[in-house]
Design a protein around this ligand. Structure first.
Ligand SMILES: Nc1nc2c(ncn2[C@@H]2O[C@H](COP(=O)(O)OP(=O)(O)OP(=O)(O)O)[C@@H](O)[C@H]2O)c(=O)[nH]1
Ligand SMILES: [Mg+2]
Length: 433
C-alpha cells in the first residue's frame, strides 16, 4: 500500500514572540499556522518558538536557534521551514543559506494553499496575480538591498540586471492578468444585473466557520465542505429555498483569516464584489472557537478594507452543537449582550435554522427601497447629478476614504448609471495603481 505520509513535505514551524505580545495570543496564531501547514499538505515535524525583544535583522530568529534548527533539520530530513511572520528577502536568503532548507513565510503558505484550491478560471487568475504581486514586492526589496550593498555609482551587477528584467516581466504579466480579470468581471456583472430585482444576501466569515455548509443547507447546492482552511475560493450564488424563493439570492464566498495579505484581498476584488453589493451580510462565526471575538474582528477588518463595513449584518453563531450546554448558555448570554442582530444555529444539525429564516424574513419586510452609496470626492459632477435625480435621505463626508456617503431613494435605472460611473472610476484607479 502506498504510504501517503512519505510523499508529504516535512516541515518545522518557526515563530517569534515579541516582548509586547501576549503568549497565549501568539500560541493561538501558531496553532493557526499549524492548520495552514496541514492544509498545505505538509508533515509537521516540530514547532520552534523563540521569545525575543525584536526580530533579528539578518536571520529573524537568533543565530543559536538557527544552528539548532539546521542540525535537527538535517537529522530529521526536514526540507522546509515555515515562518509565522513575513520575512524580508535577505532574511529568507540568510536562513536558507544557514540551514540548507527552503524558507516559506506566512503569506507564501497562504498563497500556496490558494494556488492548490483554486478551481475556477477567475480564482486561478486572482491567485496568480496575488503571487506575482507578492514576488514583485520581494524583488523590489531585494533590489533595494543589493543596491545598498553593492552600492557604487554606475554599478550594475548581473544579479541586478536580472532582477530588473524579472520586474519588467512581472509588471507586464500583472497588467495582463488585471485586464483579464476585468473582462471576467464584466461577465459576472451581467449575471449580477439579471439578479438586480432580487434581494441579495452574502455569507461572510472566518475560514472554516461553516459558510459553505450553511449555503448548502439553505439552497439546493452541494458545495465543497471540508475541515480545512480556504476550502472555498470562488463565489457562487443561488436562490434561497422555501418561503422567499422568488425574492432572495444567497452567495457563498471566500473565507477570511487574521493578517490576510492585503494584496490577496485586492486580487480577490472581483470575487468579493458580491459581498460589497449585498443587501444583507450573514457573518458566520464558529461559536466553538476559544477566541471568537478576535476572529470576528479579523473579518470586520477585511470588510472595512473592501468597503463593506456599513452593510446590514446579521451575526450567525454556528456550530452550536459543539458547545456543552452549560458553557453554551454563558457564551450565548455574552454574545447577545454585544450583538443586537444575532442568531444561534448549527448548519450541520439544522438547529436554529427556523429562527435564521425568520430573521431574514424580518429584514426583508423592513428593508425600504433606500440605497447607500459611497461616491468618490473626485467625482463632484456625479454628486450633483445625484442631488438632481434622487431623493437624498441623508449624507455625510468620509474624509479619510475621500468619499461622500449618501442614502437615497432613486429609480433603478438611474442607480445603475451611477453605479457604472463609480465602477469605471474604480477600475481606472485600480489599473493605474
Ligand atoms: N460540528 C459542526 N461542524 C460544522 C458545522 N458547520 C460546519 N461544520 C464543519 O466545519 C468545517 C468547515 O465547514 P465549511 O462549510 O467548509 O466552512 P467554510 O466557512 O465554507 O470554510 P472556507 O470555505 O474554508 O472558508 C467542515 O468540516 C464542516 O463539516 C456545524 O454546525 N457543526
Ligand atoms: Mg467554504
Amino acid at each position: 500500500m502506498l504510504d501517503i505520509k512519505k510523499n508529504k513535505e516535512k516541515v518545522f514551524l518557526v515563530g517569534v514572540i515579541y516582548a509586547d505580545e501576549k503568549r497565549e495570543h501568539y500560541l493561538e496564531s501558531m496553532e493557526e499556522l499549524k492548520q495552514l501547514a496541514i492544509t498545505a499538505n505538509t508533515e509537521i515535524v516540530d514547532l520552534y518558538v523563540q521569545s525575543l525583544p525584536r526580530p533579528n535583522t539578518a536571520t529573524y530568529i537568533g543565530k543559536g536557534k538557527i544552528a539548532e534548527i539546521a542540525a535537527r533539520a538535517k537529522a530529521e530530513e526536514v526540507s522546509t521551514l515555515v515562518f509565522n511572520n513575513n520575512l524580508s528577502p535577505s532574511q529568507s536568503r540568510n536562513i536558507s543559506d544557514l540551514t540548507g532548507c527552503n524558507v516559506v513565510d506566512r503569506t507564501e503558505i497562504i498563497l500556496d494553499i490558494f494556488a492548490k484550491h483554486a478551481r475556477t478560471k477567475q480564482a486561478k487568475l486572482q491567485v496568480e496575480l496575488a503571487q506575482l504581486e507578492y514576488n514583485y514586492t520581494k524583488l523590489k526589496n531585494l533590489w533595494k538591498h543589493l543596491s545598498r550593498i553593492q552600492g557604487g555609482i554606475g554599478f550594475r551587477g548581473p544579479g541586478e540586471t536580472q532582477i530588473e528584467i524579472d520586474r519588467r516581466e512581472i509588471r507586464k504579466r500583472t497588467t495582463f492578468l488585471k485586464q483579464k480579470l476585468i473582462e471576467l468581471d464584466r461577465v459576472s456583472e451581467t449575471k449580477r444585473k439579471n439578479r438586480e430585482d432580487f434581494i441579495s444576501i452574502s455569507l461572510v466569515g472566518y475560514t472554516n466557520a461553516g459558510k459553505s455548509t450553511l449555503f448548502n443547507k439553505l439552497t439546493d447546492e452541494k458545495r465543497y465542505v471540508a475541515d480545512q482552511l480556504f476550502a472555498t475560493l470562488d463565489s457562487k450564488t443561488r436562490s434561497l429555498k422555501g418561503y422567499h424563493e422568488q425574492d432572495i439570492v444567497l452567495t457563498d464566498t471566500i473565507g477570511f483569516i487574521r493578517r490576510l495579505p492585503h494584496r490577496l484581498v485586492k486580487s480577490f476584488h472581483t470575487t468579493l464584489t458580491e459581498v460589497v453589493e449585498a443587501d444583507l451580510l450573514l457573518h458566520v462565526v464558529d461559536v466553538s472557537h476559544s477566541n471568537l471575538e478576535e476572529l470576528i474582528a479579523a473579518v470586520e477588518n477585511v470588510l472595512v478594507e473592501i468597503g463593506a463595513d456599513d452593510l446590514d449584518t446579521l451575526m450567525v453563531f454556528n456550530k452550536c452543537d459543539l458547545q456543552e450546554s452549560k458553557y453554551f448558555n454563558f457564551t450565548k448570554k455574552r454574545l447577545l449582550s454585544t450583538y443586537r442582530h444575532c442568531v444561534f444555529i448549527s448548519a450541520e444539525t439544522g438547529y436554529g435554522l427556523d429562527e435564521l429564516d425568520q430573521k431574514i424574513a424580518e429584514f426583508i419586510d423592513k428593508k425600504g427601497k433606500t440605497t447607500i452609496l459611497k461616491i468618490p470626492l473626485q467625482l463632484p459632477k456625479l454628486i450633483s447629478y445625484i442631488h438632481e435625480n434622487a431623493e437624498v435621505i441623508c449624507e455625510d463626508i468620509d474624509e479619510v476614504n475621500e468619499v461622500q456617503i449618501v442614502e437615497i431613494k432613486i429609480d433603478r435605472q438611474i442607480l445603475d448609471n451611477i453605479k457604472k460611473q463609480i465602477k469605471k472610476y474604480e477600475i481606472e484607479k485600480y489599473i493605474n495603481n
